[in-house]
Design a protein around this ligand. Structure first.
Ligand SMILES: Cc1cc2nc3c(=O)[nH]c(=O)nc-3n(C[C@H](O)[C@H](O)[C@H](O)COP(=O)(O)O)c2cc1C
Length: 139
């Protein structure tokens, strides 16, 4: 079961404000995917975040991207801990990414490092911008 969150993004461009409905995909999960299921603390109740969530949440992101056919900006979230993870979310349909657990462990220096890694991924695969890579796995 997933707790999804609707969101309004407001962007200012040339003095005008544009409002976009969007959706964060996903929050934490009450599932206990491997390898988390092997950890004794997995028996505790509550939402699981971080790396073990990555594949589950990216699959939901892909489904939502295909369902909405790229018309709603999706915010990829769940288990992102480096630029390559952010890139995979973008390829699966995310226009933006969000992270919590990795940021809590690594601190603010993670963000500029991720930007460099993401730029390397884009260049490696021949994309000139993030926009070009959004949903690339399913186009
Ligand atoms: C300690 C903690 C507190 C959180 N608090 C909230 C919250 O108040 N509201 C919310 O919508 N999501 C909350 N989340 C979920 C995160 O925003 C995020 O969706 C989830 O942790 C998956 O991303 P991650 O794997 O990068 O942590 C929280 C997560 C953690 C770990």
């Amino acid at each position: 079961m997933w707790r999804n969150m609707g969101l309004i993004i407001s962007v200012e461009f040339n003095g005008q404000f544009f409002i976009f409905p969007s959706q964060i995909i996903t929050n934490t999960t009450i599932a206990r995917p491997d390898p988390a299921s092997k950890n004794p603390v997995s028996e505790e109740t509550g939402g699981l975040s971080g790396k073990p969530l990555f594949n589950l949440s990216t699959n939901v992101l892909k489904d939502m991207y295909l369902l909405t056919r790229g018309k709603i900006p999706l915010i990829g979230c769940g288990g992102i801990s480096n630029g390559e993870d952010a890139y995979k979310k973008i390829r699966a349909g995310a226009s933006l990414v969000q992270l919590y657990t990795a940021f809590a462990y690594e601190g603010p220096a993670l963000i500029p490092q991720m930007k460099v890694e993401l730029a390397e991924c884009l260049e490696r695969d021949g994309f000139k911008s993030i926009a070009e890579a959004i949903g690339a796995d399913y186009r």
